[in-house]
Each structure stands twice: as C-alpha cells, then as structure tokens.
Design a protein around this ligand. Sequence first.
Ligand SMILES: Cc1cc2nc3c(=O)[nH]c(=O)nc-3n(C[C@H](O)[C@H](O)[C@H](O)COP(=O)(O)OP(=O)(O)OC[C@H]3O[C@@H](n4cnc5c(N)ncnc54)[C@H](O)[C@@H]3O)c2cc1C
Length: 371
Amino acid sequence: MIKDIRIAIIGAGMGGLALASALSRLGIQAKVFEQTKNFTRLGAGIQMSPNAVKALRGMGLEANVRRRGFQPENWANREANSGDMMFELRLGKEAEALYGAPYLQMHRADLHSALLEATPPDWLHLGHKLLAVDTTPSGLSLHFENAKSIEADLVIGADGLHSIIREILLGPSPLNATGRVAYRAVFPASLMKAPIGPCTKWWGEDRHIVLYYVSSKSDEVYFVTSLPDDDWKDESWSAQGDMTVVREAFEHFHEEVRQALSACPHVHRWAIMDRPSLKQWHGNGMVLLGDAAHPMTPYMAQGAAMALEDAVVLARALAKSTNLGSALGIFQQKRSARTAKAQAVSQANTWMRAETDPGWCYGYDPWTEEL
Ligand SMILES: Cc1cc2nc3c(=O)[nH]c(=O)nc-3n(C[C@H](O)[C@H](O)[C@H](O)COP(=O)(O)OP(=O)(O)OC[C@H]3O[C@@H](n4cnc5c(N)ncnc54)[C@H](O)[C@@H]3O)c2cc1C
C-alpha cells in the first residue's frame, strides 16, 4: 500500500465522495475539496444499475440505497405514440440473480447523501473552489478561491464536466455541445391522475423521454428528456425550463407520457454535453476520474455508475501498489476501454432500443476486477 501520501480529491460529487468512501474502507487517508458551500436537494433521478450497486456494496451502502431506492420489475422501451414494446429488459429479482445486484432508481440527492454518510466528516472541506495548482519541490500546491492553499502529493480531479484538473493537465478544450437538451423534474406521484410504468423509455423519431419512480414508496416520479435544441448551451442546475414547451414537444406521445407531463409543475433545463475519450488520464501527480475523464451523454444511464466504478478501482490500485506511477497506470489501463465503450454507446443512443444484452455492463464488479 502507498503510505504517508497526501491525497487531495477535488469535487464532492458522485465520483469524489465514492472515492473518499472507498479509500476510507481501505485505510487510506484523503481530503475532499468541494466548491459548493451547502448541498441542496436538486430535482433529478438517477438509475443505479447492478454494476453501480456492486460498487456501493463494497462501501457498505447497499442496504442504504435499497431502502431509499425503487426496484423496477422491468425497463420498458416503447414506441412514442402507439406504446408498442420495442424491447423489454426484465429487472427485479431476475436481474438481481443474473447480475449479482439489484437495479435501483433513486433521487439523485438520496444517492449523494448515502455517499456523504460513508465519507469521514473531517475529510470534507466545503466552500473550497480550486483555482490553480503549482508544482513545488515538495509536491503540489493547491490554491483555492477562499485564499487558502494546501500541499498534496496526489490530486484527484473528480471535478466533473468542466474539470479544472483536466485543463491543468491537458490544456483547454471545448466541450462537445450535442445540440440537445435534457428537461428533467422530480414531482409527487400524487399529482398524477394515473400511475406510470416502473421505468419506461418512450422513443420518438428525433426525441425521447424516460419516466420512472425514484423512491421506494413510489411517491416521487422523475422524467428526463432528450430534445433537439441548438441554442441552449447552459448545463447549470439552476436553469429553469418551461413546462408548456415540454408538453408541446411531447404532445404527440402516448397518453401515459402526456398525463405525467400535465401533472408536473416545474422543470429544469440542461444542455447535453460530452467529450471524446482521453488518451491520457494522469501526469504530474494528478489524475482524472468520472466525468472529468470521460463525460458521456445520459442515454445509457451510466455516467455516475462509471464514476463509482472508477473510484473503487483507483482506491484498490492505490491500496495494492507501493508506487504512485504504477497505481495510476493500473487505474487508467483498467478503466479506459470500458469507459470509452460506455461513451460510444451512450453517444449512439442505441442502448435498449432493440434487443440488448447488458451483461458486459451490469455484470461488472469493480471490487473483484483483477488488477
Ligand atoms: C440528464 C442527465 C441524466 C443522468 N442520469 C444518470 C443515470 O441515470 N445514471 C448514471 O449513472 N448517471 C447519470 N447521469 C450522469 C451523472 O450525473 C454524472 O456522470 C455524474 O454525476 C458524474 O460524477 P462526477 O463525480 O464525475 O461529477 P459531478 O457529480 O458533476 O461532481 C463534480 C463535483 O466537483 C465540484 N467541482 C467542480 N469544479 C470544482 C472546483 N474547481 N473546485 C472544487 N470543486 C469543484 C462540483 O461542484 C461537483 O460537486 C446523468 C447525467 C445527466 C446530465
């Protein structure tokens, strides 16, 4: 195990907190620096496929997410207007036995809280926006917007789509704006006149919408869209959308979609962005993880899952190696092909459109992957 190394994780999102949880389970110390001053419960759902649940299992979080999440019986892929089934993936107990863990749908904030509970509280430093990193004779010096500075030997960029660590490591490069927007909202199921299916992707010609429950009691519903929109480039959590626009965009969709949208009071609007796969994930004592390394469109519901898997593999590589270069080399070598495949499949938006075997994705366990 690499000993006495000062580790700074930048970003307390899904990947950063998962890494902190995994490191603490393996007896490695770290500090987490997050720009946000307070976490708020923002309205979004998240699908945790069996590979993601296996990552959480090794952090001691399986019971927690099972308690909070909704376990769907199936993932239905239906034609937008007729509702004809294009492909049905059986989930529930069947998938649990097949892939070794359940498929869960959750409120994103519930997943984040679970990860937060597994992170040693004294590791977390909120209100620390990283601005710059300098190389010094004794390591790396990190400078934050609040005028504080710290020293570290290893800096992990778990800082998402706009990663500053990525920019420091590889130079600036623009995000790929896909010309599509995700409208998304979580709202009380009691507002709907009729229930929805447990998890359905409704496929239209140039747009789709996914609807599912996000709580174990089925009392909260989530939807997320992909709609063409070349003008909207903002992907901030605060950007509001207009439900009238969403209802109009899906007015030719099946009654189940229309009744759910008519019940939803508010919506957020989010430009969908990605980047091509990276050839280099680490250098100069810095390494990238999650969206910082491999942002993807949300069409496979695997972005956070891949960040959780990265976190486990990186923590295990650090626990296994005695040398930092070798640990980071193992990490990239073990993760790059799998995440590049997820990026490509997500970009193509073909996942589950027709018969799909998700075994390569859901069968993976980052805790048992040979390093
Ligand atoms: C519409 C949509 C739906 C999705 N649905 C799913 C799904 O169902 N399942 C799934 O697995 N994935 C899904 N994803 C993807 C998932 O949300 C992301 O892949 C995941 O959040 C990536 O985790 P991360 O830790 O890399 O980044 P983030 O979760 O974005 O965390 C990055 C953190 O770094 C912080 N930060 C950034 N810059 C700095 C700085 N300079 N200093 C300090 N802190 C900083 C940020 O504040 C943030 O807390 C979806 C994405 C979208 C857009």
